[in-house]
Design a protein around this ligand. Structure first.
Ligand code: HEM
Length: 412
């Protein structure tokens, strides 16, 4: 294992390359080794400390001395950061008002305005539409006896649902998917300049598209989230067009990229386990428990970064303002101190407090929606396609941060 002896605070160094196919194919072996070594490591490849213990990650996500953003309290020059690159300026503009790039008070203002659309009660109101959509998608391949699940089901369901919520035509789904795929490559460790240029082009097209839709909604308001965003007012303040565009792009990207891979990972987990799918989904309660265990066991987003906003000491490590740290959400889900036999898929386990949706200020806004989609999609697939099996061992996609499958070929 790529863990070598001590650095600061008596912790280990992690020598694994973030580009190593063995790491992204099975990161859980590395996480187990990190836990054996105490849960806190200096990852040489990234050049900063990373934390994997459940209690530690949970605390750090809630600790206001760490933030997703730091430019609200320090300048680029102070931090020794390069000036913004001009070839990604449209991407930067589209992200400028993203919830994920903001800290309070700007974050609080935006999040309050969009939050209402995502509360469980509101999301639950879409149950019958999402059920109908899931069954229509299954109708389109049921008689084939085989399917590549991600392209025919996993991708289509979440993007269609979030497009409905925003009041965008579902027929624009493929266009939205293409822009989103290009943009999320910016979050990969191994992105190239071509990726950056493609993400910038997609951001420009996506922004123009949304500004046109916003102008239409102003002329003909609908009962949808985009209309709500442009008309919502709090204390005499409204969202600017740029804020509406950033939020809509974040919702479209976050709203499906993670869910696609969670659907794929969950189906694979169940098919590779010794559990009988019909009992896993026998009641609504069993279904909810199975979904939570799938989220704990093999989530799509593994590592999130935070900036150190104030000098502090964590686990005997002196962290300086401006440094970065990494939080291994997926490793926290496999912490043996917190979860008994963490490498066993067990929907009956009583502890369900996984960190796959994060925690604290940036806790996933779409968690109620993602849970509902999974609670509908998984039972529908296993009920409609009895005898469902893997056609071949699925290949994990070649990125570490987005942990998902390249494709998922099934037959029944
Ligand atoms: C299984 C599916 C999903 C997973 C595993 C997931 C995971 C996460 C995680 C871990 C974060 C926190 C990031 C951090 O703390 O740095 C997050 C934030 C967020 N997610 Fe999700 N997500 C999922 C689905 C969705 C969906 C369906 C939507 C929207 C429709 C959504 C919208 C968001 C938004 C807007 C944020 C930013 C919240 C903020 O900064 O205040 N996510 N998600």
């Amino acid at each position: 294992m790529d863990l070598s002896s001590t650095v600061g605070g008596g912790h280990s160094r992690l020598a694994a390359s973030s580009h190593d196919p063995a790491l992204y194919a099975d990161p859980y072996r590395t996480y187990a080794a990190i836990h054996r070594a105490g849960g806190t490591v200096f990852w040489e490849d990234l050049g900063h400390w990373c934390f994997a213990g459940h209690a530690r990650v949970n605390d750090l996500l809630r600790d206001r001395r760490f933030g997703r953003q730091i430019l609200h309290i320090a300048t680029r020059e102070e931090l020794g950061m390069a000036p913004p690159a001009s070839h990604v300026k449209d991407f930067d503009a589209a992200e400028a008002h993203s919830l994920l790039e903001l800290e309070p008070p700007a974050h609080t203002r935006l999040r309050t305005l969009v939050n209402r659309a995502f509360v469980s009660r509101k999301v639950e109101g879409m149950r019958s539409e999402i059920e109908a959509l899931a069954h229509n998608l299954i109708d389109s391949f049921e008689s084939d006896g085989e399917v590549e699940l991600l392209s025919r089901f996993g991708e289509v369901l979440p993007v269609t649902v979030i497009a409905w919520m925003l009041g965008l035509p579902a027929t624009d789904g493929p266009k939205l998917l293409a822009w989103s795929h290009a943009m999320v490559r910016m979050y990969l460790f191994e992105r190239t300049r071509e990726d950056e240029v493609a993400a910038n082009t997609a951001s420009r097209a996506f922004t123009t598209y949304l500004l046109e839709r916003i102008a239409e909604k102003r002329r003909r308001p609908g009962d949808d989230l985009l209309t709500h965003m442009i008309t919502a007012e709090r204390g005499g303040e409204r969202l600017s067009d740029a804020e509406c565009v950033s939020t809509a792009i974040l919702l479209l990207n976050a709203g499906h990229e993670a869910t696609v891979h969670q659907i794929g990972n969950a189906v694979r987990t169940i098919l590779e386990s010794d559990r009988d799918a019909t009992t896993l989904f026998r009641t609504a309660e069993r279904t909810a428990a199975t979904v939570e265990e799938c989220l704990r066991f093999d989530p799509p987003l593994h590592l999130f970064m935070r900036h150190v906003l104030a000098d502090c000491e964590i686990d005997r490590i002196a962290l300086k303002k401006g440094e970065r740290i990494g939080l291994f959400l997926a490793a926290a889900n496999r912490d043996p101190v917190h979860f008994e036999e963490p490498d066993r898929f067990d929907p009956d386990r009583t502890r369900k407090d996984h960190l796959s949706f994060g925690a604290g200020l940036h806790f996933c806004l779409g968690a109620p929606l993602a849970r509902l989609e999974l609670q509908i999609a998984l039972p529908a697939l296993f009920a409609r396609l009895p005898g469902l099996r893997l056609a071949q061992k699925p290949q994990v996609a070649d990125t570490f941060h987005f942990h998902g499958l390249e494709r998922l070929d099934l037959f029944w």
